[in-house]
Ligand binder design. Structure first.
Ligand code: FES
Ligand code: FE2
Length: 552
């Protein structure tokens, strides 16, 4: 026998249910008039949490498929529930409720206190689903019980990771607003004092601005007064920001600089005398910049970006941003109907690249058998897909047979398109770095770009592509980068296919929901770096990190 304290009596409302976690097992506690009962916390039919269900006439109704159980005996009362619930013995120690999970309830436990009469009981608030989880001793546990990762571990990813609104909101809180450096801009987009550009940290709109002292500041695009998204232009140059609604104004550091009619009119109205403008500036984010790339974080004591990237990913970052000053070439911007993590996965999935992308395969940019690497950093959150370009003649007959996308004999009408002008100190002709949580750095031969992921919900994200070259490029090099840029973007020779594949995955989950994905390729590497392109080890590494960050 092992009696354990699980709640105090006052936590359990009359005619309601409270979910608690006892050594990893969910337990439902019920208080009916002056008695308390305990049963297993999960419905025997389909794994739903009974603490989110409804109590009526001594019965608990499962919130998922409305199976019902007798609270006292655990007996299943109606379809689809057929298997009885386990019950547990309950006793009291003063106001404390104790249960013994090794002992079934044989008799009811009468609360050893004068019990409020029925009328008084009716005044006790009957908890609803939300307040039940709020009164749980640890609401995190309720979440962990609802979102259960498959027993197979990282080789399976459940659909709720990509489709669930609660999970998405938790990602915004724990990841985008959590301990991460989020890409926001290139320094060359705000070269002069007063230059600004709108950006995002996760879905949250921010403004990136260079102040008179040349510092780069990032603050939320949300007025301190009534929350208006005050900065309306995508980019520009300004001396101050003035909210269009009531014209509150802010300086380039985000300080509140002016409030119209602050003292009212004719001695009437206006802000209270003790209003302190210094306390009502815009919410500022922590900012760092490396080799002309600007990042922001909601966390003020973030580690340096170099440490955040880790030595191997930093090396690849610095191979592309090699010290030359980036020069802006242009933008693409489009919406993708899929979960934002699918984009990371796409670039940690070299397997697809050898099969889906006819262009890559046919012209030898990424081919199974090429020298390649799928790198994951020590945490698993960042990655670099790297490959060395091969000549077409080196593709083996065996490989050709596996790749339906391969088109023998195709040539380009514009052969300069595939020219690779050596300019980087790197063994790789192609690298795609995924920097957690919102940045992709693309170096595909001589076409260079950063892609910013802006999630808008579980089913959609915006991609902002910023294509760049370097100061010092001559006209011919700039033309070459722009020409080769046709590989990428929403209609690029290979960007197009990824965009569609991501939509297909999201469609599959939405139309046949509640299932799991399989990520088993390359079992020799449990999770992490692999030198095979036929691998999903980097995706597994990313989800190892994601689960730790999400607490799931
Ligand atoms: S909402 Fe911005 S000034 Fe009122
Ligand atoms: Fe792709």
């Amino acid at each position: 026998m092992a009696w354990q304290r699980v709640a105090s009596l006052s936590e359990i409302a009359v005619d309601a249910v409270l979910g608690v976690d006892v050594d990893g097992s969910p337990v439902a506690l019920y208080r009916l008039a002056n008695e308390v009962f305990a049963t297993a916390g999960i419905c025997t039919h389909a794994m739903a949490l009974l603490s989110d269900g409804f109590v009526e006439d001594g019965k608990i109704e499962c919130p998922l498929h409305q199976g019902q159980f007798d609270i006292r005996s655990g007996k299943a009362l109606c379809a689809p529930a057929t298997e009885d619930l386990r019950t547990y013995a309950v006793k009291f120690d003063g106001d404390e409720v104790l249960i013994d999970m090794e002992q079934q309830a044989e008799f009811t436990q009468v609360i050893p206190k004068p019990m409020p009469d029925r009328q008084a009981a009716r005044n006790f608030p009957v908890t609803d689903t939300r307040t039940i989880s709020a009164t749980n001793s640890d609401p995190e546990l309720a979440l962990m019980k609802r979102y259960v990762w498959p027993a197979e571990g990282l080789t399976r990813i459940p659909d709720w990771v990509y489709t669930d609104q609660t999970i998405y909101e938790r990602e915004v809180e724990k990841i985008f607003h959590g301990r991460t450096w989020n890409y926001v801009a290139l320094e060359c987009e705000v070269p002069n004092p007063g230059d600004f550009i709108r950006s995002n940290v996760g879905p949250t709109p921010v403004v990136v601005v260079r102040a008179a002292d040349c510092s780069i500041n990032v603050f939320e695009n949300r007025c301190s007064h009534r929350a208006a998204e005050f900065c309306r232009e995508l980019s520009g140059n300004t001396k101050e920001f003035v909210c269009p609604y009531h014209q509150w104004s802010y300086d380039l550091h985000g300080n509140l600089a002016g409030i119209p009619f602050r003292r009212g009119v004719n001695g009437k109205g206006g802000m209270p005398a003790d209003f302190n403008a210094a306390q009502h500036g815009l919410r500022r984010l922590n900012v760092t910049s490396h080799r002309g790339v600007v990042f922001a974080s909601y966390v003020q004591d973030m580690e340096p970006l170099q440490d955040y990237l880790g030595p191997e990913v930093l090396k690849e970052f610095e191979a592309t941003f090699d010290g030359r000053k980036p020069r802006l070439l242009g933008y693409y911007r489009h919406t993708l109907p899929g979960n934002w993590k699918l984009y990371h996965e796409n670039l940690k999935d070299p397997y697809h690249a050898t099969l889906l992308h006819t262009f890559l395969v046919t012209f030898g940019l990424l081919v199974a058998g090429n020298r390649s690497l799928m790198l994951a950093d020590a945490t698993g959150r960042h990655g670099v897909m790297a490959s060395a370009k091969s000549e077409r003649k080196s593709i083996s007959t065996d490989a050709k047979k596996e790749m339906r996308a391969y088109r023998d004999g195709m040539t380009l009408a514009e052969p300069r398109f595939m020219d690779f002008i050596e300019e980087f100190d790197s063994p790789w002709s192609v690298t795609m770095a995924t920097i957690w949580p919102n940045l992709i750095i693309q170096r595909e031969m001589n076409t260079l770009g950063v892609r910013q992921i802006v999630p808008t919900g579980p089913h959609e994200f915006i991609m902002k592509w910023t294509m760049f070259g370097f100061e010092g490029d001559d006209d011919e090099m700039t033309r070459h980068r722009l020409r080769q840029g046709n590989l990428m973007g929403p209609a690029g020779f290979l960007g197009l296919e990824d965009n569609e594949a991501i939509k297909f995955v999201q469609d599959g989950m939405r139309h046949v929901p509640g299932r799991q994905h399989l990520v088993k390729l390359d079992p020799a590497v449990a999770a992490g770096t692999s030198d095979s392109l036929i691998s999903e080890a980097s995706i597994r590494a990313m989800y190892r990190h994601w689960r730790a960050e999400m607490g799931l």
